[in-house]
Design a protein around this ligand. Structure first.
Ligand code: GLN
Length: 507
């Protein structure tokens, strides 16, 4: 017998608990991320290159650890416990970010003195955030999937609603944290992020009854057993807290992160192949293959899209004719467009009926749209002649990028929960985010194409800076269109590999 789920607006009440938990989690995550490049370049006087690379390493780790978090949840903790643990780590990490120390100073001969203690606290806080997201992000998405039974038609719209929660958090953060950071100082912006995460944790803990037992561990006996006198469950927590020490060091080394990504990618790939060959029948195997191919293409999408927090953020600061509007505020456009357009897209897919493009075609549209978004900036720079670039070009960019995101991201999350075998959903959700991790890393290297020399405190020459952004944006324009076309060509094959799941996905 199944317990009748309590519903609200046609969805299980648990969905709204997850909506608000993830809203606060993303509030803290994006509030902090929006301030990050300016905190590094303006407060600690990092060069563009070092700032971009640090963000690349951080963001790569933030999205790579969910593979481990997903795996641990599948095998031991269950989603609910993993999410609570992640939430606690996040609150601690964001609290640490509120410590700001002293600004770096630059002497007349260009020598920079930095507050190294403050920087180490900062890196350690990042490590806590990385572990926290690692335990929370993929698992909360998987738990959304658990709320619906197999074949439940509401699943896609459930993910769309959840995705709006993500972006409501991001929207509020890029307005509130950016404003607090600009007006009152870094620690207020970062601190607000931490307060938000605390609300998220409370929401989740008090919403427990609405999950109706979903997301619990299947291995309670194992968790309660003791190893070296400590309950296994606690052993997992203790080892995870200790691993922040390793991550603390890793985040400071770009090359270590790079190697980690290569190794993690290779191991995940081998595990998927091994699992597919030994555990699955032909149909399940081919579905997993389709999912894996789609995931590979998301790497390119996010590498372009994630310019937002590095090159586009700096571009807005330096090149955009933005008057008194803080550069970080423009990041809220993406979230705003998602909130406005997500229901439109959800409606559109249904409305298109049998003309509804299949998932692979949607992904290829996403790639082309993200490319076109950079086309807008290329035109904007060319149209600006000797002056700054008008705001609306960037608005168009975020509009197109958001349309692309809506063709790929919510559809993708839903696809993961349907195309992967039930036993490895948590892990595959982790792999989905591992793809983003690689993108973040690649994105930071790409962003460096447009790095501008700001040493000696001199403002960069506007026209020289414009040329370097132009070079980057042209390159990204062609990349998006090219890979989009490639995926379009492959789409019939991928559709076949999905064996009908695709049809269900689009309903
Ligand atoms: N913006 C979305 C989120 O924060 C997607 C992130 C991603 O998968 N790269 O969840």
């Amino acid at each position: 017998t199944t317990i009748k789920q309590k519903e609200l607006f046609g969805h299980p009440v648990g969905l709204y608990v997850l909506f608000f938990t993830e809203m606060w989690e993303r509030f803290s995550f994006y509030g902090m991320k929006a301030l990050l490049i300016f905190y590094l370049t303006k407060y600690h006087l990092f060069s563009d290159i070092d700032g971009n690379l640090l963000i690349g390493s951080y963001a790569a780790l933030v999205y790579a650890i969910p593979v481990v978090g997903g795996f641990i949840a599948d095998k031991y903790l269950g989603f609910r416990k993993a999410i609570i643990f992640g939430g606690i780590m996040l609150v601690l990490g964001h609290a640490g970010m509120a410590y700001e120390g002293n600004a770096a100073t630059e002497s007349l001969n260009g020598e920079i003195t930095r507050d190294n203690f403050a920087l180490q606290i900062f890196y350690l806080s990042l490590a806590f955030i990385i572990l926290g997201v690692g335990f929370l992000k993929a698992n909360i998405s998987s738990l959304v999937g658990e709320l619906y039974n197999e074949g439940d038609k509401r699943r896609d719209s459930g993910f769309t609603i959840f995705y709006m929660g993500i972006n409501l958090g991001s929207f509020l953060a890029t307005i509130i944290c950016v404003w607090l950071g600009e007006t009152y100082g870094w620690s207020y912006g970062f601190g607000a992020a931490g307060v938000g995460m605390f609300f998220g944790l409370l929401t989740f803990v008090f919403g427990k009854k609405h999950f109706l037992g979903k997301g619990e561990s299947n291995e309670l006996e194992l968790l309660n057993k003791k190893t070296i006198g400590i309950k296994n469950e606690w052993l997992i927590y203790i080892l995870s807290v200790l691993s922040t020490l390793i991550v603390w060091q890793m985040v400071q080394s770009h090359s270590v992160v790079q190697n980690l990504l290569i190794v993690a990618g290779a191991i995940s790939f081998i595990y998927i192949v091994y699992y597919a060959v030994t555990q699955l029948n032909k149909i399940a195997r081919e579905r997993l293959m389709a999912l894996t191919i789609l995931i590979v293409f998301t790497v390119i999408f996010w590498a372009l899209f994630e310019q937002a927090y590095t090159s586009l953020n700096l571009f807005a600061d330096r090149i955009l004719d933005r008057g008194n509007i803080a550069a970080g505020t423009f990041l809220s456009l993406n979230a705003l467009f998602i909130i406005l357009l997500a229901p439109v897209f959800a409606w559109l897919w249904v409305k298109l009926g049998k003309y509804n493009p299949n998932t692979a075609v949607k992904f290829s549209l996403a790639l082309m749209l993200v490319g076109l978004g950079f086309g807008s900036l290329v035109m904007g720079i060319n149209a600006s002649e000797m002056g700054k670039v008008a705001i609306y070009w960037l608005v168009i960019t975020y509009f197109l990028h958001t349309c692309g995101e809506l063709c790929l991201s919510p559809v993708g999350l839903s696809a993961v929960t349907k195309l992967s075998p039930a036993k490895i959903v948590g892990f595959m959700m982790g792999v989905w985010f591992l793809a983003t991790a690689s993108s973040e890393f690649i994105a930071s290297i790409l962003a460096n194409i447009a790095s501008v020399d700001t040493t000696n405190g001199t403002a960069p020459d506007l026209n020289l800076a414009k040329q370097s952004y132009l070079k980057l944006f042209e390159y990204l324009f062609y990349t998006g269109l090219g890979f989009g076309a490639l995926l379009l060509i492959l789409s019939p094959v991928i559709k076949k590999l999905m064996h009908g799941v695709d049809k269900e996905l689009n309903n």
